[in-house]
Each structure stands twice: as C-alpha cells, then as structure tokens.
Design a protein around this ligand. Structure first.
Ligand code: DGY
Length: 417
C-alpha cells in the first residue's frame, strides 16, 4: 500500500466519530494538540471531517476559556489518570490543564486548503480567542508563557522540568497503577519518579477545583517554556490574520503579540546559545538546549543567534532534530522527550524555517522525517541516531505530518530522481 493511503487509513482507524485518538491503546481519548494535527491531516483528503475534529475539541472548552489537554468522551479503563482522577469542570469530562495552542494555526492552514469551511472557521474564531485570552491571563511570566504541569507543555518528561519537579513533594501521592507501561516498553516512557509528581500535581489541582487564582499560590511548578511561548505567539498571529479577514476587532490580539514577542526574548539564554525554559518561581534558567529553541522561526522570529546550535544538533544525529541536545549528558535517544526525534516537532520547526527562508536546514529536516516514515511507518517518535521507531505505533499526528508536509517532499524528490 502506498504511504499516502496508509496515512489516510491510520487517521480513519483512529477516528472515533468526530474526534481522533492519538493512537489506539496508549492514548484512548481526544488530546488537544494531537487533535489539531489530525484536523489538518483529515483536511488533505476529507475537509468536512477535518473541521469537525476542531469543533469537537472546542466543544470541551471551559467557561473560563481553557481548552483542556484531554477530553474523555467515553470511559476507557486502559488509561490512567482518567476522568475520575482529574475531575475537570468543563462541559465534557476532561483534564484540568491545557496544551500547546496550535489549533488556530492549523485552522488558518485548513482555511487555505478548503475556503468553503469559512463559516465554520468564523464560528470557532471567538472560542479560540477566548482560549488565547486565558493563556494571557493565567500563564504569563514577564510575557513568556508558563506551564503548570509537564503534561501541559506536551513535552512530558523533557529535562526542562527536572529542577522544578525536585521541588514537589510526592511522598503522599498514594497507590496507583500506571497503564502506559503496559502498552509500550517502560524504557521509552517517563520514570516512576516523574509519574509520582505528575499525579501529585493533578491532586493539587483537584484540591482547589482547578481554581487558577488559588493554583497561582499553591502550585510550586511554574516554568516559562519556549514551546508554549512560540506556539502561542504563532497562533496569535494566525488568529489576528483570520480576524481581519472576518471583520473582527483585532487590537487586543496585536497587544498580545507585542507582549509575547518581549516574553520570547526573556527566554534567550546566551550561555547555551538558545531559547531556554526558566523557572518562574526562582527566575533561574534551566540551561537546557532542546528542539524547542528551534521554534523561533515558526513563531515569526528570524533569529540568527539561534541557528548555530540548532545546526550543531542536526549534525550530531542521522535523523532530524533530536528533542534534547545529543551532546548533553542526560541525552537518551529512546526516552520520550529526552532525546528522540518527533515528526510533529520536525514539522513545526521545519515549516517555520521554510517560511523564513532557511531552506537548507528545512530540507534536511523534511527529508529525514520522510525517510523515517518510509523506513518505519508512523511511529510516535524515533531514535534520531539509527531511525528506530519508538513509543506508540500507527500514530495519528505522525500520519498527518506525512499527509500535510513530509509526504510532499518524498513525492517531489522521487519525481526528480
Ligand atoms: C500521557 O498520558 O503520557 C500523556 O502524554 C499525558 O498527556
């Protein structure tokens, strides 16, 4: 079967009617940023289904504007922590935190691909704006966007969180049974030490009914994050452009963009030659060079300072951009966000580089990403050294990256050969 067809099959197989699972087994619900990738992937061959995906995601929006990172549409005993643990307070059972806001950016892309979807995009625009406003109200530190749980960042076990995680006392977290390690090799997943703290932070949120004001006081975990800052900055630009087209008031969004641009600059760490995460409680940089630094181009910041270290990271492995500096002591090529290369991150980074004219690096990332999928299918992520597939298999967002981006390279490339 040709890979385009396989990618479409993957999306269809993970489709649960109105929403798409990241992958069967490991992630049996609707995840926020996975879903935005799925919407874009569907739009390449079934636009109507693409629009529905985003509508379903936004149907879980809380009254305060937050769009949760997981929507638990139907119970599934194969996942922990489920709806009973999270006790979200939105219209659909959900988690209590958010995730990188890439939905507005994908909606803009979908509108380009399928202009007939404009009425649906118009209806979603105010909801996206309310979500973006929620980030601006509750998550800023000097204009940079913070995460209040490692899962909010999407980069669950990135080394960026290690210092702040040490400040969490999880001794009273109680007994619980992980499910993720029954689906995939534990060596590819976060450790128990990390999991205890993930669950402790959920319990803390529940203890105040996810009241953001109270959590600002209570939660020791508050880390300004380049992934969040750059994805929100990009999403605000796309929201603004669509707002102009729809005749909406966009003055407030312009002000948000200016704030986030300043905030992004506060994450520049000259010591590492990259955009770094910063503990908002202590003010200290984490000195972690990761793929997140390379999202500056995607965010519309053409920063010559960031290029050398990203170029070095690319040269240090054989496939794509490693999630964590391959030269760092804690680099683990198979453990989730501590080393593996992720097609979704390669896409965000590579497409941003394409837009800003860094074609040499973009080409390399794109062709590597295509090779990974040609050789090993649509895995969750891959070992950047030898290209081995890792984590969950038949992954929705990886297939979407093939359909919307990497597969195009592969076709052109083959045509030219
Ligand atoms: C998980 O369960 O590992 C998810 O990444 C949480 O969002």
């Amino acid at each position: 079967m040709d890979l385009h067809q396989k990618a479409r099959e993957t999306l269809r197989q993970n489709d649960r009617g109105g929403y798409t699972l990241p992958t069967h087994g490991l992630y049996p619900y609707q995840w926020n940023w996975d879903s935005a990738f799925a919407a874009w992937g569907f739009t390449t061959f079934e636009p109507d289904r693409g629009w529905t995906e985003l509508e379903t995601l936004l149907s879980g929006q809380w009254e305060d504007g937050m769009v949760p990172h997981i929507l638990f549409h139907r119970p599934d005993p194969g996942y922990y922590p489920g709806p009973d643990v999270w006790q979200g307070r939105g219209p659909i059972a959900s988690s209590g935190i958010s995730q990188p806001p890439v939905a507005a950016t994908f909606m803009a892309k979908m509108l380009e691909m399928d202009p007939t979807g404009e009425p649906r995009a118009r209806a979603m625009w105010p909801k996206l704006k309310a979500w973006h406003a929620w980030f601006m109200r509750w998550r800023l530190d000097q204009g940079a966007v913070c995460v209040t749980h490692p899962w909010e960042a999407g980069r669950d076990n990135a080394p960026d969180w290690d210092a702040a995680m040490r400040g969490i006392d999880a001794s009273d977290v109680g007994e619980y049974t992980r499910r993720d390690t029954s689906h995939v090799d534990p060596a590819m997943r976060p450790t128990k030490y990390d999991y205890d703290r993930y669950i402790k932070l959920v319990q803390m949120g529940v203890s105040v009914d996810w009241n953001q004001e109270k959590l600002l006081e209570l939660n020791p975990f508050r880390v300004a994050d380049p992934t969040m800052t750059f994805t929100l900055l990009r999403a605000q630009r796309d929201l603004k452009a669509m707002g102009r087209r729809f005749g909406q008031e966009i003055g407030e969004i312009s002000a948000w963009i200016a704030t986030l641009e300043k905030g992004a600059e506060t994450l520049w760490n000259p010591e590492i030659g990259g955009y770094d995460s910063r503990d908002a409680r202590t003010g200290a940089f984490n000195d972690i060079l990761s793929s997140a630094s390379a999202l500056c181009w995607y965010a519309g910041i053409d920063d010559a300072r960031a290029r050398p270290e990203i170029e070095r990271m690319l040269g240090a492995v054989n496939y794509g951009l490693a999630s964590y500096d391959p030269a760092a002591e804690g680099f683990e090529p198979l453990r989730y966000w501590r080393g593996p290369t992720w097609p979704i991150m390669n896409y965000l980074v590579g497409s941003g580089m394409e837009e800003r004219g860094h074609y040499d690096l973009a080409e390399r990332i794109k062709s590597d990403t295509a090779r990974l999928m040609e050789q090993n299918g649509f895995a969750e992520y891959y070992n950047p050294v030898d290209g081995a597939p890792a984590g969950g298999a038949t992954f929705t967002w990886t297939a979407a990256v093939w359909l919307g981006w990497a597969g195009n390279y592969s076709q052109t490339h083959k045509g030219a050969a």
